[in-house]
Design a protein around this ligand. Structure first.
Ligand SMILES: Cc1cc2nc3c(=O)[nH]c(=O)nc-3n(C[C@H](O)[C@H](O)[C@H](O)COP(=O)(O)OP(=O)(O)OC[C@H]3O[C@@H](n4cnc5c(N)ncnc54)[C@H](O)[C@@H]3O)c2cc1C
Length: 415
């Protein structure tokens, strides 16, 4: 079968690789000049099944509500007259119950854990290099109350098979001595020893290069304008460089997926952008820089050491498609980085970036078939697209190849 993949982010390229492995002819189309120029460009670098807890929960709802009246919150809901935002917001609200949070966490965790196993197979079979480090991630808490709540939440992931240890401050400093230099308080951490870090952009580009040498065709600098439907199927995609047609089509356009799905009557794809900010800093004193990935759960500061650079990400802003950023957007992140890891990074030469997480209210992507027989979805991976990419690619390839996926797609189907 000839499969056309729309989008060359980490999701589209991972799907291309799995379809190639199944013996299909694959063409990947993207408007950018190379892979991973969208949200996959400079994300937090965490491969983190240990952080699969649903965002929509009674606790998180309080955080979003607080952002409506308090300034400088790392999580912000920015109300605006956008019907898509209003509809998405209502759906998110409905997921903010304890019962729904448990179901969504189970679904996210299943895909994340499966995906990590597939990632290892991909790395073993292709040899792609992406600065991957399999040494665990620390989820830090500043107060005992917050640590206790996290330990309670962790139980569901542990029961599902995830390894998580609750550590006190001394234990945290033993496995991450760099934290001893900093001034931020630490009550303890949930430590996920099997979580990993790595550069998603480098992975995507190296995997795309590998796929290209094996026969996958990449059509870059090609803007997709429209899906052409006829006789109940997709017949082609119209691009600014002419039509491209195949036997099957996979929508992997990140936050832009719903707009194209709507063109062919698929109106129930609740993916909305959740903007985040990222800065990449050269290391100044490597001994003071963290060896493990981490998240300060109070400030929502995320760090990952990517070879000789420190990647810092933070903030969740729900309020539109703008990817713009100014230096002042990063002032708090710079100050927090220097407080946590003083002297570790060269703050004078940051690379700033902002991107849009393709977020569903449940936190699970939409994978596999649609009511249109030759149109498939692989989109809506939210804050965990790097973590979920390899498994999502495998699942979608299984569906297209007519095999039952290895995991249940409950909570991930287009309905
Ligand atoms: C600040 C931040 C931190 C994050 N940290 C993490 C993390 O630590 N761990 C983790 O697992 N996940 C993380 N994520 C989430 C992860 O980065 C995303 O879920 C993932 O990159 C989404 O990949 P994608 O391929 O779906 O989308 P994208 O990478 O955006 O790919 C979509 C592609 O579609 C193309 N496209 C769009 N429209 C058109 C068109 N009309 N024609 C042609 N091409 C088009 C774009 O050029 C783009 O290449 C983070 C995200 C952000 C923003």
């Amino acid at each position: 079968m000839h499969v056309i993949i729309l989008g060359a982010g980490v999701i589209g390229v991972s799907t291309a690789h799995q379809l190639l492995a199944d013996g299909h002819r694959v063409t990947v189309v993207d408007e950018a000049v190379q892979p991973a120029e969208g949200t996959s460009f400079a994300n937090g670098g965490l491969v983190c099944p240990g952080h699969a807890t649903a965002w929509a929960s009674p606790h998180r709802l309080r955080v979003f509500l607080r952002s409506l009246y308090r300034r400088n919150q790392p999580v912000r809901f920015k109300p605006k007259p956008d019907p898509a935002l209003a509809a998405w917001g209502l759906k998110f609200l409905r997921q903010c119950t304890t019962a729904r949070a448990a179901i969504n966490t189970a679904n996210k965790s299943r895909l994340c854990r499966y995906s990590q196993a597939v990632l290892h197979q991909v790395v073993d079979s292709t040899g792609v290099e992406y600065g991957g480090k399999r040494n665990g991630i620390l989820y830090l808490h500043r107060t005992v109350a917050s640590l206790e709540r996290a330990a309670e939440d962790a139980k569901q992931l542990i029961d599902a098979g995830q390894r998580l240890d609750v550590l006190d401050r001394d234990q945290v400093l033993r496995i991450e001595p760099a934290l001893a230099y900093g001034s931020g308080t630490i009550a303890g951490a949930v430590y996920a020893p099997t979580d990993e870090t790595g550069d998603a952009c480098r992975f995507t580009r190296e995997l795309a290069n590998w796929c290209a040498t094996q026969g996958v065709e990449f059509r870059f600098d090609t803007r997709i304008v429209r899906l052409v439907q006829g006789r109940g199927r997709i017949e082609a995609i119209e691009t600014d460089r002419g039509p491209i047609s195949g036997d099957a089509y996979v929508l992997a356009l990140g936050v832009h997926t719903p707009g194209f799905a709507r063109q062919v009557g698929l109106n129930r794809l609740p993916i909305y952008p959740a903007k985040g900010y990222s800065m990449t800093l050269p290391l100044r004193e490597p001994a003071r820089a963290p060896m493990l990935g981490g998240i300060d759960e109070h400030s929502l500061l995320v760090w990952a050491r990517l070879d000789d650079r420190l990647r810092i990400t933070s903030k969740v802003e729900i309020g539109g498609f703008d990817t713009g950023h100014r230096p002042k957007d990063f002032a708090r992140m710079l100050a927090l980085t220097e407080a946590r890891f003083p002297g570790a990074a060269d703050l004078s030469a940051p690379n700033y970036w902002a991107g849009l997480r393709p977020l569903t209210p449940e936190g699970t992507p939409r994978l596999g078939p649609t009511p249109i027989p030759n149109l498939y979805l692989n989109a809506g991976h939210g804050h965990l697209g790097w973590t979920m990419a390899s498994g999502s690619g495998r699942v979608v390839a299984d569906v297209i190849s007519g095999r039952p996926p290895a995991i249940s797609l409950d909570g991930m189907r287009y309905t």
